[in-house]
Design a protein around this ligand. Structure first.
Ligand SMILES: Nc1nc2c(ncn2[C@@H]2O[C@H](COP(=O)(O)OP(=O)(O)OP(=O)(O)O)[C@@H](O)[C@H]2O)c(=O)[nH]1
Ligand SMILES: [Mg+2]
Length: 351
């Protein structure tokens, strides 16, 4: 912990998440160093039970309460399973962490939480939700999703990274900042363009000669456009500290959006409760709704002001685009099937 709390505004909590090796830990160290030069006080939490060395002094360290190797032996797990289980065990004590953070609130400007590279913690395991939800119940909480940009220069890798970010944001219902860690190796211009303009992404996809995976990535990217509109994004180098001003601005902006995300979350929960009691009263026949209708409803419930402007027309338009993509894929499937038939008839018998 450095310096003393600078002002009376709420303490922001940043959960730093991202793929393995993307630069989360380096970013936590850099962010703490940068904020201390602005006389802002950070409180650092390490939630990676398997890390051996970390380049900062954590105020709370999961390794003090859980021995990752013991978890591996006791539950007979591999390394990834042991990390998930350690987080699950830690989540059972999350009230103690939150109490500790609350007791430091007066002195601290920002809580920064470092997490393990097993992104499954936040995509499907319950511990990620419990930890995020508990912290968010006491502080304005945001997600910093770190992207290893040099490893995301291929459109497919990029879009799959974004799908993770999107699924985490909607699961946690927290504002998300995409942090493009350039690692001093690449320009992040391509990623900024792909996030802002589908056509530039599409151009990059066309260079892949229209195979099945490129069609899939293209339709995914189309579906992701709404997500791209509600996130903020900045380019940094965690090692050199480049871009930290922009990151801090994004953090503050995202923290301001926190309450609208929470209101939206409460609104969605109320709607879900109302829908489920309506379903119960109408009986099983009411489950006739198609999955597309359910997805459309979900998208309509996106948690920002802009998203409220999404109209039914957007979905109709998207449906047309999706349908034509599906038709195109079906045609290609037929061609592929014909080729396969030809191949199997011309294949010499092994006898
Ligand atoms: N050159 C350079 N290297 C970086 C940068 N950020 C991270 N790295 C390096 O990338 C490697 C992984 O960085 P970490 O910060 O440990 O990444 P992580 O996301 O915490 O990794 P896990 O916790 O294992 O998921 C380290 O060798 C870092 O030194 C950067 O901006 N520039
Ligand atoms: Mg790390």
């Amino acid at each position: 912990m450095t310096t003393t709390h600078s002002n009376t505004t709420s303490t922001i909590a940043c959960l730093v998440i991202g793929m393995a090796g993307s630069g989360k830990t380096t970013l936590v160290q850099r962010l703490a160093a940068e904020l201390s030069t602005r006389d802002l006080c950070t409180y650092l939490v390490n939630l990676d039970p398997a890390v051996i060395q970390i380049p900062y002094e954590p105020n709370v360290d999961i390794r003090d309460t859980l021995n990752y190797k013991d978890v591996q032996v006791e539950f007979q797990l591999g390394p990834n399973g042991a990390i998930l289980t350690a987080l699950n065990l830690f989540a059972t004590r999350i009230d103690q962490l939150v109490e500790l953070l609350e007791s430091r609130e007066e002195q601290v400007d920002t809580f920064v939480v470092d997490t393990p590279g097993q992104v499954e913690v936040f995509t499907w395991s319950s511990s990620g939700s419990i930890i995020a939800e508990s912290i968010a119940s006491s502080f304005p909480t945001i997600l910093l999703y770190v992207v290893d940009t040099p490893r995301a220069t291929k459109p497919l890798t990029f879009v799959s990274n974004m799908i993770y970010a999107c699924s985490i944001m909607y699961r946690m219902q927290l504002p998300l900042v995409v942090v493009l860690n350039k690692k001093d190796l690449v320009s992040t211009e391509f990623a900024q363009q792909w996030l802002n303009d589908f056509d530039t992404f599409d151009e990059a996809m066309q260079q892949l000669e229209g195979d099945y995976s490129s069609n899939l990535a293209r339709s995914m990217a189309l579906a992701m456009e709404e997500f791209y509109r509600v996130i903020s994004c900045c380019s940094i180098s965690a090692a050199t500290g480049e871009g930290m001003d922009e990151l801090w601005n994004c953090i503050q902006k995202a923290a301001k959006e926190f309450s609208s995300f929470r209101n939206e979350k409460n609104h969605i929960s109320m709607k879900q409760e109302a829908a489920s009691s309506e379903m119960q009263s109408q009986g099983a026949s009411s489950s006739q709704e198609t999955s597309r209708q359910r997805i459309a409803k979900k998208l309509i419930c996106q948690p920002t002001e802009q998203s409220k402007q999404i109209t039914q027309d957007t979905f109709l338009q998207r449906d047309v685009e999706t349908t034509s993509l599906v038709e195109q894929m079906n045609e290609e499937e037929e061609e592929y099937q014909a080729l396969l038939n030809q191949f199997s008839t011309s294949w010499p018998s092994s006898q």
